[in-house]
Ligand binder design. Structure first.
Ligand code: ADP
Ligand code: MG
Length: 359
């Protein structure tokens, strides 16, 4: 039985459809991320699961029970939002205990649960403080403690880390994942940040314009994007027009102007069933710059000109030209990046390329 399932969910606001016929099954105990750009319908979807918004069409079930008509406080969910403020006039312990007040938990039991939840978020000694006496990161941990103290069936997190500064955000990412694994709670996490999604999720649901583009494990959506949108959104990808010339063997053969002919494994092009025009996908970090004239026995290479360099310290982003193609490459650098105007060789591996149908 799925922890959460959505069947053909639609959400309209007046004439505008924010979520289009979305169906999803979220496995018990898994950490699932709704990933997509601002406005794609992530929060709307989460709010429907929570019971804060009614779907216009479709069914929502939690642990096999249809919940369309079940109000939020009877769904047994834990919620944390980016700005889900703590009650300012309650202590930390009172904030965390809040959800227990409505659940017939005895006072000693409540105290024990609150202490356990504060331990879990590694703030065992702050129960007597008030929210304004805590840092932003600590407040977010308390919000998390408040959400999990009720032992929810599902934890719903809407961009919970995005108000934190970069270093703290990375620490909290690890921390949140540790807590989720420790208590094993099914978690639906919303973010627009692809690195957060890749680092934390068992499954990523990539969304665009109110539709699901792809569902898969992080490596799957990263390595085998199902659409151009997914290829672009999960890390910088080069998308090049190419021709598929043969699909009869275990690999598919590709041709594109100025490149050597090469073939890629069929599993990197699951949607390509016949010869014809395709889009070749190659990630910026899979194109390696080498000085022109380097020896390249057996490797695939193509000559390129550096048109611009964006120096980033340990790495550099290169804007390159190969014939009529414009490409980007991100490479780690030793000391000096290649300079604008440099003629270079780009080395790449066929197994790092994927092919998509032309949209
Ligand atoms: P995300 O969380 O992915 O940034 P949202 O789910 O908040 O996106 O919003 C999806 C779309 O629905 C946006 O275009 C937004 O403007 C619209 N929308 C959200 N809530 C409402 C509302 N209450 N009334 C009208 N439009 C809304
Ligand atoms: Mg949102």
């Amino acid at each position: 039985m799925s922890a959460v399932s959505l069947t053909q969910i639609v959400k309209r606001f007046g004439n505008f459809t924010a979520v289009h016929e979305m169906s999803l099954d979220i496995a018990e105990g898994s950490f699932v991320t709704l990933l997509g750009p601002s406005g794609c319908g992530k929060t709307t979807t989460l709010r429907m699961i929570a019971g804060l918004l009614d779907p216009s069409e479709g069914e929502i079930s939690i642990k096999g029970r249809r919940v369309n008509d079940v109000p939020i406080h009877k769904r047994n969910l834990g919620l944390v939002f980016q700005n889900y403020a703590l009650f300012p006039h309650k202590t930390v312990a009172e904030n965390v205990a809040f959800g227990l007040n409505y659940r017939n938990v005895s006072k000693p039991d409540a105290q024990r649960k609150v202490a356990e939840a504060l331990d879990l978020v590694q703030l065992p000694d702050l129960g007597a403080r008030y929210p304004k006496e805590l840092s932003g990161g600590q407040q977010q941990r308390i919000a998390l403690a408040r959400a999990i103290v009720i032992e929810p069936d599902v934890l719903l997190l809407d961009e919970p880390l995005s108000a934190l500064d970069a270093n703290l955000r990375e620490d909290m990412r690890v921390e949140l994942k540790r807590i989720q694994q420790r208590i094993g709670v099914t978690t639906v996490f919303v973010t627009h940040d692809q690195t957060e999604a890749l680092a934390m999720s068992d499954q990523i649901i990539v969304m665009s314009k109110g539709r699901v583009e792809q569902v898969g494990a992080p490596e799957v959506v990263y390595n085998t994007p199902a659409t151009e949108f997914v290829a672009q959104f999960l890390g910088a990808s080069n998308l090049l027009s190419a021709s598929c010339t043969d699909v009869s063997g275990s690999e598919i053969n590709l041709e594109l102007p100025d490149f050597p002919r090469f073939s890629i494994p069929k599993q990197r092009a699951p949607q390509i069933a016949a010869p014809g025009p395709v889009r070749l996908v190659i990630r910026a970090e899979k194109l390696h710059l080498m000085p022109a004239g380097s020896s390249t026995e057996g490797d695939l290479t193509v000559k390129a000109t550096v048109e611009n360099v964006d120096y980033q310290g340990q790495s550099a982003r290169y804007f390159l030209r190969v014939g009529d193609h414009q490409l980007q490459a991100v490479n780690m650098i030793d000391e000096h990046p290649f300079a604008t105007g440099a003629e270079v060789l780009l080395r790449f591996r066929a197994k790092d390329c994927a092919a998509l149908p032309v949209e």
